[in-house]
Design a protein. Structure first.
Length: 120
């Protein structure tokens, strides 16, 4: 989606006060997903230097400035703390796998398949 009404992209650290027609520019996918009439200026958050992804005991923190490419590279890293399929990677020995949406750890690699949803 082209943002044809945008006239200026400014560094969020030095942009001054918020003005009508401003929007945050971060990872970009949401911003460019649909037309944004009246959008005049993008306040770029990239200069804030946030780490795109931070994996910790409590899970994964994804910064607003994280790109889809960075997220995919993290998920596909064979030595990363977990793999895209939810199982612990070999390089993650001693670390707990991330919780699932229900808050329970995913099945171990020895489990043949995820349980089927109720009613299936």
């Amino acid at each position: 989606m082209d943002l044809t009404s945008v006239r200026e992209v400014v560094d969020a650290r030095t942009a001054g006060g918020w003005r009508p027609g401003d929007a945050w520019l971060a990872g970009g996918t949401g911003l460019f997903a649909e037309p944004r009439p009246g959008l005049l200026r993008l306040r770029d958050l990239a200069g804030l230097g946030w780490p795109p992804l931070t994996a910790g005991r409590d899970g994964l923190t994804v910064a607003a400035t994280c790109t889809v490419a960075e997220l995919l590279a993290f998920a596909e890293d064979p030595g990363g703390p977990w793999r895209a399929d939810g199982r612990s990677s070999p390089g993650a020995a001693g670390r707990s796998p991330p919780p699932t949406r229900s808050g329970t750890p995913p099945p171990s690699a020895a489990t043949s398949a995820w349980p089927s949803p109720p009613g299936r």
